[in-house]
Design a protein around this ligand. Structure first.
Ligand code: GLA
Length: 380
């Protein structure tokens, strides 16, 4: 019996290897990348531009140093046709006005801090309440609206730095941040985050990319098949602040251990689903420490595009675009409608500064904050 099971799992593994292959690299239909000139401007005396990373397969990532935002991400489908699979704008003005955090670097603290307050070394700090009654994604002007310094830009990497001054958005300590985007020939887009501080503070950095693997202008994401490598998630209250519990996903609409369509249970009669207006929750990733491990995998059956996400972080926020309402006019005159894109934000858990039992987000002088996330693209 054991042998039969072993043989069976070997056959399945081989089949998966055959099915998940690299995408054809010759583009049948050439794509036209975003025009760099449309991103050239000066904000607060600092130069803003658009920087392209490209690998030997033609996979292309276009990033602006305004908020470190991924403006476009061109990925082939199973037939070698390239599509831009992130939301965005034809020019920089759109990102300047964007309040949905489109594809930006989120900081100083990704996701919510309850009532915008936390205590560190007996001192209470107050943050902007920009998502009443809480503080969200760094406050009124988060890192996604900062002009980052371009330390180095090559065909395969972009190094951005930003000095967040002491007291910015209420956070203590001068925080010196470095974010490195790099692209290799295995279709892996890696984001490395580093930070140092001169006073105790809290840090939780992520990227808020909105994906639609069928193409940014290709309708809703409900048919995408999602796997999240997590046995547990952090349930929230009605303001989307974690209750502090760590709950099993088994038997709930939050169980994505076996791949399932995003749309299958998104409207389930479930209190957590109601609070999130769909999925807008943090999953507790299955891992032993802060090793780089598989967090999630998404497949879009029609195009065959597959994205795997690996991270050193303990959590991932899966947000199904529940606040998109068609009012944003983006690239190629696309209006981004309800659930037309999804986010998988690798992170420490929301509200960790107020939750003793969650992994700590405190950074002290002399320490270096380091986390990394990889987005790997394949075809099926
Ligand atoms: C995160 C939050 C969501 C929403 C989006 C941006 O994913 O958890 O509630 O605010 O960012 O709109």
């Amino acid at each position: 019996m054991k042998n039969i099971v072993n043989n069976y799992s070997m056959i399945v593994s081989v089949m998966i290897l055959i099915l998940v292959t690299s995408c054809k690299s010759e583009s049948k239909f050439k794509f036209i990348p975003l025009d760099k000139a449309e991103y050239e401007t000066t904000i607060d005396g600092k130069k803003v531009g658009l920087f392209n990373l490209e690998n030997k397969n033609g996979l292309t990532v276009q990033i602006t140093n305004y908020g470190g935002r991924i403006a476009a991400l061109w990925v082939p489908d199973r037939d070698g046709n390239f599509k831009d699979i992130v939301t965005g704008y034809d020019s920089i003005e759109g990102f300047i006005g964007n309040t949905n955090y489109f594809n930006g670097i989120i900081g100083r603290y990704g996701n919510r801090i309850a009532r915008g307050k936390f205590t560190l070394n007996a001192k209470e700090y107050s943050l902007a309440i920009n998502n009443a009654p809480n503080s969200l994604h760094g406050g009124n002007v988060g890192f996604d609206h900062a002009v980052w310094n371009v330390e180095r830009s090559t065909k395969d990497s972009l190094i951005l730095t930003y000095l967040s001054p002491d007291g910015e958005e209420g956070y203590p300590g001068n925080l010196s941040v470095k974010v490195i985007y790099s692209l290799n020939d295995s279709n892996e887009l890696k984001i490395d985050y580093q930070a140092e501080t001169d006073a105790p503070t809290v840090v939780n950095l992520t990227n808020h990319a909105y994906f639609n693997l069928a193409g940014h202008d290709n309708g809703d994401i409900l048919g995408h098949i999602l796997m999240i490598n997590a046995d547990k998630f952090t349930p929230v209250d009605s303001t989307l602040i974690p209750t502090g519990e760590i709950t099993d996903v088994a038997g709930t609409p939050f169980d994505f251990r076996i791949p399932a369509a995003i749309g299958e249970r998104i409207n389930a009669d479930d209190r957590q689903i109601k609070y999130g207006m769909g999925y807008d929750h943090n999953w507790v990733l299955k891992k032993t420490g802060n090793e780089m491990s598989l967090a999630a995998k998404v497949e879009e059956p029609v195009s065959g595009r597959v994205m795997e996400i690996y991270t050193t972080e303990p959590g991932i926020q899966f947000y199904a675009g529940n606040f998109l309402d068609g009012t944003i006019m983006g690239k190629d005159s696309t209006s981004y409608k309800y659930r037309h894109a999804f986010c998988l934000e690798t992170q420490h858990f929301p509200d960790s500064p107020n939750q003793e039992d969650f992994p700590s987000t405190v950074l002290n002088p002399g320490e270096t904050y380091r986390t990394s996330t990889i987005h790997k693209f394949m075809c099926k």
